[in-house]
Ligand binder design. Structure first.
Ligand SMILES: Cc1cc2nc3c(=O)[nH]c(=O)nc-3n(C[C@H](O)[C@H](O)[C@H](O)COP(=O)(O)OP(=O)(O)OC[C@H]3O[C@@H](n4cnc5c(N)ncnc54)[C@H](O)[C@@H]3O)c2cc1C
Length: 495
């Protein structure tokens, strides 16, 4: 069994664990991350994929959360430039909220966003072009902007940076046992990633919905009650042409998003289904019919179960409350317990993808006392790997440069690689060319050279890691192509 020591053992490689690992490593702490499945294998790849203030949280009076989120939207637009893109949302006036209320909310949203690089909201008159896509005429609409993000790659990219700064990342490796020892914790980790014993000064429990289970390993209870709320998304063929996304108001005051996803699909979600345990996670027939029903009510399209190309669900571990899940807080809590022997245990609850960097900053600030570390947080200034020079047309310029350097490589592939890997695509293509070219074409834009890259440099261990999280090529492939790829992947592992 491998044995090791560290300052921080971070349990969970979702966005929050990845963000804390990056921040702590950047401030000079010795970090190990353990993840029992794949990086972003749980909630952090099952989100609506928005970096947003959350217009609907204004209705709940969560102004501080919305303001913090909108500030983070600007920061992520800068440091994760290759993974985010501006997205316009249309909110048709369908009667659930009066147009004056929407106008007021959006004016406030713009104001909270301060000096944003995104355009401000606007009112669209009856008959404006995007409204022609709707089944029934509406008197008007509002339009506003947020950012769309690849949630799984955002998580991965934080860990790539953490690793470049010295952090060790163990995937398929769960925390199984914790024993208090003088000045720290003896932690036993295991799984397909091997058995490890780690002596850690502080454990950071950032296991999301499984946080109470990790607390239980040291005989403690979760500091506050978590409510588990499932959210489901479906992916269907494009409902219409054009690049606008929709925020569709529901009679129950919830909202459903329909967002263009790649060139050929719409991502539609989400639902809010209370769960009694983590084991109950799974898309239900009622959720499918709720989302499909919304689409057929609003758009002039016939879309049914057979049109669902992909579906996924995640769990929000919301903090407390007994009312509707819609109104439960999306804020986060960071608790640090430190004892006289210098042992630390941190538990993280709640949060949003959008605010992960601030959550990490708060967490590592709190740890400064434990480690006597006064280094300031610099994660807002340091670009994530691949995003250097990627804003304002940088990606187009990079793709053009790669095409000039390697004229024999298909432009489509270069375009896809720069979208996923940003500036790192140049190293990937060089490695591919040095080893004989893009290699086998698995369909859906996936080539052997990129698969090799994901396995060598991005901790991909299973076929699904590549199909659904390192790339989204699984969506573009047929079921037969996916099965062929999985068979090839397994044959490589056993060869
Ligand atoms: C349906 C839905 C839509 C959402 N949409 C958005 C959105 O558009 N924008 C936004 O800002 N936020 C959104 N969110 C919120 C956001 O996705 C979450 O806040 C975020 O992903 C939580 O990340 P996390 O790291 O805390 O948890 P997770 O991503 O769940 O990660 C926890 C990890 O811990 C691991 N783990 C558990 N136990 C162990 C153990 N014993 N040992 C090792 N590892 C362990 C798990 O395998 C898991 O990978 C959405 C959430 C949901 C559910």
């Amino acid at each position: 069994m491998a044995s090791d020591t560290c300052d921080l053992l971070i349990v969970g490689a979702g966005i929050n664990g990845a963000g804390i690992a990056r921040d702590a490593a950047l401030r000079g702490l010795d970090v190990v991350v353990c993840e029992r499945g794949d990086i972003a294998g749980a909630t952090s790849s099952a989100s609506t994929k928005l970096i947003h203030g959350g217009l609907r949280y204004l209705e709940q009076g969560a102004f501080a959360l919305v303001r913090e989120s909108l500030r983070e939207r600007e920061v992520l637009g800068r440091i994760a430039a290759h993974l985010v893109r501006p997205q316009r949302f249309i909110v048709p006036h369908t009667g659930e909220r009066p147009p004056w209320l929407l106008a007021l909310g959006l004016t406030f949203y713009d104001w909270l966003a301060g000096n944003s690089t995104l355009p401000r909201s606007e009112r669209l008159a009856h008959g404006s072009p995007p409204l022609g896509k709707l089944r029934r005429p509406v008197p008007g609409a509002h339009a506003y902007y947020d950012l769309q993000v690849d949630d799984a790659r955002l998580t991965l990219t934080n860990l790539l940076d953490a690793q470049a700064l010295g952090a060790r990342v163990l995937t398929r490796c769960a925390l199984r046992q914790v024993v208090a020892v003088p000045r720290g914790w003896r932690c036993l980790l295991g799984g397909r990633g091997g058995e490890h014993e780690i002596m850690a000064r502080c454990v950071v429990n950032v296991a999301g919905p499984w946080m109470p289970e990790v607390e239980a390993l040291r005989g403690a209870q979760s500091p506050t009650r978590l409510r588990l709320v499932q959210g489901t998304h479906i992916i269907v063929p494009r409902l219409h042409d054009g690049d606008d996304a929709w925020l569709l108001q529901q009679a129950d005051r919830r909202v459903v998003f329909a967002i263009p996803w790649g060139e050929r699909f719409h991502l539609v979600g989400t639902t809010e289904t209370e769960l009694t345990s983590t084991g109950a996670l799974g898309v239900t027939a009622a959720e499918r019919s709720y989302l499909l029903g919304t689409l057929t009510r609003v758009f002039d399209v016939a879309v049914g179960e057979a049109d669902i190309r992909h579906e996924f669900c995640g769990m929000r571990p919301l903090i407390g409350g007994t009312g509707s899940a819609r109104t439960a807080s999306r804020e986060y809590r960071v608790n640090l317990k430190q004892d006289a022997q210098g042992r630390g245990w941190m538990s993280v609850q709640g949060g949003k993808l959008t605010t992960y960097r601030r959550l990490a900053e708060t967490a590592v600030d709190r740890l400064s006392g434990l480690f006597g570390n006064s280094n300031a947080c610099t994660t807002a200034q340091r670009p994530l790997p691949g995003s250097d020079g990627m804003s304002a047309g940088g990606r187009v310029e990079l793709t053009r440069r790669l095409a000039l350097r390697w004229p024999g490589i298909a432009a489509d592939w270069l375009h896809a690689l720069t979208a996923r890997h940003g500036a790192v695509a140049e190293r990937l293509v060089k490695e591919a060319v040095d080893e004989g070219g893009p290699g086998r074409d698995f369909g859906g834009g996936l080539h052997e050279a990129e698969v090799r890259w994901c396995a060598r440099h991005e901790w991909a261990r299973e076929a699904d890691d590549v199909l659904w999280r390192r790339t989204r090529c699984g969506l573009e492939m047929t079921a037969v192509q996916r099965a062929e790829f999985s068979a090839w992947w397994n044959s490589q592992r056993t060869a």
